[in-house]
Write a protein of this length. Structure first.
Length: 118
């Protein structure tokens, strides 16, 4: 008699069902000691005084600007007088030569421009 080779059976993936829970009760007697301790805490207080300081520094900046004007032909370093004699409005420190101060102005050629307004 000849044996015929059989192919193995196909196995499908397992289906897992929800677990069935059962409860079984057992009873024992147990002694539970109860200890009620007491404790005293001695508190030592320390007061910390926070002293705040606010140092402040200061700095300064000097800013300068400049302007360049083309005053036409002239000789660098040559002097030319300003308008008429006598003091007038605008005289004093910070005034421009020839700007109505009434005194003769000694400046670089081209530094005074008639009709020029600051």
């Amino acid at each position: 008699m000849r044996w015929k080779c059989q192919q193995p059976s196909k196995v499908l993936p397992a289906i897992v069902h929800p677990t069935k829970c059962c409860t079984q009760h057992t009873y024992n007697t147990v002694v539970q000691p109860h200890i009620h301790p007491s404790h005293t805490t001695n508190v030592n207080h320390t007061n910390i005084q926070n002293q705040h300081y606010f140092p402040h520094t200061q700095s300064a900046e000097n800013v300068s600007t400049n302007q360049n004007f083309n005053m036409g032909p002239g000789v660098a370093g040559a002097y030319m007088p300003g308008p008429g004699p006598g003091p007038g409005p605008g005289s004093g420190p910070g005034s421009w030569p020839g700007q109505g101060n009434g005194s003769p102005s000694q400046g670089v050629a081209g530094a005074y421009q008639p009709g020029y307004k600051r």
